[in-house]
Design a protein around this ligand. Sequence first.
Ligand SMILES: [Zn+2]
Ligand SMILES: [Zn+2]
Length: 816
Amino acid sequence: MPSENKASVRVAVTLPVEETYLYLVPPGFESRAQVGCRVEVPFGKRKVTGYILEHAVPAEDKDMKEITQVLDPEPLFHPSLVPFFQWMSEYYLYPLGRLIQSALPGGLNIHAYRAASLTAKGEDALRLLPGRSEERKLLTWVRDHPGRRAPSPLDRLYAFEKKGWLVLEQRMTKRRGGPLIKRFVKAREGVALRDLAEQDTRSFKTKNEMAFLEAVFSSQGILSEELSSRFTNGAYLLRKWLRKGILETYQASVMRDPAGNVLLPYPPPKNLYAQQRKALEIIEKQLARGTFSTFLLHGVTGSGKTEVYYQAIRHVMDLGRQAILLVPEIALAIYTEGILRSRLGDRLAVYHSGLSEGERYDQWMKMARGDVPMVIGARSALFAPFPKLGLVIVDEEHDPAYKQEEGARYQARDAAVVRGKMANALVLLGSGTPSVQSYYNASRERYTLLKMPERIEQRPLPEVQVIDMKALSSEGKEEQILSPALRGALDEAMASGKQAILFLNRRGFHRVHLCRSCGKPLRCPNCEVSLIYHLRENRLACHYCGFHCPPQTLCPACGREGLRSYGFGTERLEAELKELYPRLRAARMDRDNIRRKGQTFELLKKFSRREIDVLVGTQMVTKGYDFPYVTLVGVIGADFSLGFPDFRAAERTFQILSQVAGRAGRGEDTGRVLIQTFYPDHYAVTAARDHDYPTFFQKEIELRDQLGYPPFSHLACLRLQGNHIHKTEDMARRMVEHMIQVTGSWPKRGKDLQVLGPVEAPLSKLKGKYRWQIFIRSKGPNLLHVFLKRVGERLKRMLRGSGVSLTVDIDPYQML
Ligand SMILES: [Zn+2]
Ligand SMILES: [Zn+2]
């Protein structure tokens, strides 16, 4: 093949493959086949979507295939993003094409599928097949659904194809998303409203007519649908003035910006506080240098971090570079967007999974075209296609929500540091309770520590009181939800017209269904966990697989009528509150109650308008919202998490307690926090009580060092799942055996690697699958990857056809 005159490109295909492939660019496609564009390419017998990574020299000795289509009129990402995608793919062991696919807005991704159509031979066969056979059923379906996506598994259809009964052909789903085109109205060039009115007063007889024209003339172009919704006779008036040649219409694409709802008006501060000025001085100096550096901003809740973020973003924009602001969840993204939009106007994009596919596409293209200099978003905004990135901010950097738990299991905070390094950008990690890992990096001077220890306007930190629930329950009373002390504090807050937040990290009404005869709990049939009673639906539900059933008293284990409910969750807390305080306006914020994407926002709005007195909720209430009238925070049981088999349990508990406590006393009045706990002496609890991060860190880092946990080691979790209990366990054992053999054969570096397990996962059965875990602990991150690469092929071969699946989780957060 005379390929030397042809251009070729390297493509990452959206398949579970590790390699990338070269394809020729056929004549006529050269100008369109740019890096960052999607292409359709032949792969084996199929056609698949891929992404152009670079222009390349055609391989001489190979018969190369050609690109069959370029799917985008303009690139979706800048070439500078390619090395970052590659790093993500290699570090988190996830196929490159799939990774890029998951980073891009969903509306783009077209999928190939197979459609079947019956042949004449197939028609004959259908007549001859016995009435109730599976084959007949399937062929009938094909006859009745020509061109539709064929039902899987496809092997049955391949067999029919061989017999000549049908033809299978490949099709692509239609592209959804894409820009939205709308009709706009504007006044014709050179016409002034005043002249019109003077010329011909008779024309303005119709009601609204002047207001209608003013609306058009005062705009640069107004949506025609807006005119017809604002003026009942808008359509008529528009026709009339179009005919007169005074107005004209045009088509334009619009950006589907989510309405810039501002939750609380956020006036810019008149001047900065000393600690904010000091932090900004250092940040701005580093931004001027334009090189990579990571800062950890340790600012207690209420110390004014958001203002520092805003000023740093303004600064980087002035330097002609772009900024990414990551927040841990959608509600917080919407909230922060409101604050920033009131000051930056349209110069920002938002990007998170709460947007529709079309909205995500629009926001992405705004960034890719360079129309906006910054983006606010959850995890996925880390991939923002900015070519001149200057600043990456990770707010609440300690939040575990930054860890993606499916697909590419990346840690957005960690990856943000890598992206910043590649872009020569400044990375700013902010938190009131920094992660142990980040604080350790700061203590080793890998990160620069910036401190903002004071709350702005010298508001004192809330007074925290720890209530020992062990002492209360040993008095022989029934299980208590609200201690007398907390009830007293609630009375006081309500009497003075203030608001309160009650935090409980467990959903549902009751927590366990136990049999009084045999003592066995009622468990989900698919998962090894207790079913939880929900009052509103009056049913028992599994929080992992969604299984639910009506409440029952008959025990399946012993057959007696012995099942009773125990324990409590947020739903029961809310109910108890309403019973104790009938006139109180209480609302609940947890995943059961928040289903639509706007609901969190509505609830927060109501709370901020003081239409709700007490907000009850799970983690969702602990995030960084500002409510000046909240003077009381009650923590009902954050320490339930201390019992988890997870080396981060103490860190999580400390963070949650501190963050919840930080919600109190953000306004004029001093706040008060009551923590009900069964572990009153645990260092995570006492350090949170004393607002003492350094003491907590010291204790925790010593323990981690002794036990060899991160940051003193690097972990990978190999998670095995299978339908058969023995096959899954057996596979886990064989894998461990093999891996120990390999480490044993590495005389030097082998000692720095440990293969731990296999152990049954704490949640030993989920969604009908049995689960086993293997941990690999390594002294350094590189060694871990070298090792996984070395054993990877063999492990894959062992899995083939075994019915057991394996996921590898690098730097895992999920230990259950
Ligand atoms: Zn029983
Ligand atoms: Zn279940």
